[in-house]
Design a binder for this molecule. Sequence first.
Ligand SMILES: C[S@@+](CC[C@H](N)C(=O)[O-])C[C@H]1O[C@@H](n2cnc3c(N)ncnc32)[C@H](O)[C@@H]1O
Length: 198
Amino acid sequence: MTRMVPDSIATAQLSRFLGAIFFFHGSEYALAVAFHGRSNVSLGSLLVSKEYVVAMACSLMEYLIEYSLFPELKNHWWFCNFGLLMVLLGEVIRKTAIITAGRSFTHNIRIYYEDEHELVTRGIYRFMRHPSYCGFFIWATGTQVMLSNPICIIAFMAVTWKFFSKRIPYEEFFLKQFFGNEYAQYAQKVPSGIPFLK
Ligand SMILES: C[S@@+](CC[C@H](N)C(=O)[O-])C[C@H]1O[C@@H](n2cnc3c(N)ncnc32)[C@H](O)[C@@H]1O
């Protein structure tokens, strides 16, 4: 006999998902304002791009389709709770990175050196060069584990990985220009923080 998923479970899962999204974007914007001042922060710091909205809409679609066709797929609470843990861990790693880097952390990659920009190698940056990307990678995958979305778990991991595989070399090209040998030595010693990216 098929075990039906009561609507209250879907409500709880979707509430967690929406809660995670609102918290993530709200806190990104709030931290940007705290470090850079409201007049220097645009709505871009909410980090809501067209591609991102499409990805999240697809994940909701996958959830609703699977919920109506295979409700038992959504009924593994240990798996959803594991996703929630990933979301929390991703948030902690990312926000620790933002707070550690302070004014050196900008949502847009700096392509010109500014006086307030110091090379950060302390705190969480001692263990990985791109902790905020590592945190986002775990957070984004966690949102899909939370929804038990098999297709989007793989798709989110692949798309985010590809995105960072292009962004990191671009960002580091400028960091090497700004900080020269100091950054080159740091990059040799410390891993990126994204699986399979040096
Ligand atoms: C979105 S932040 C991401 C920072 C870092 N990649 C991370 O994942 O934590 C991008 C900005 O941070 C700056 N940045 C990256 N690593 C840095 C470091 N170790 N010290 C200072 N600034 C850094 C870059 O110059 C860029 O303007």
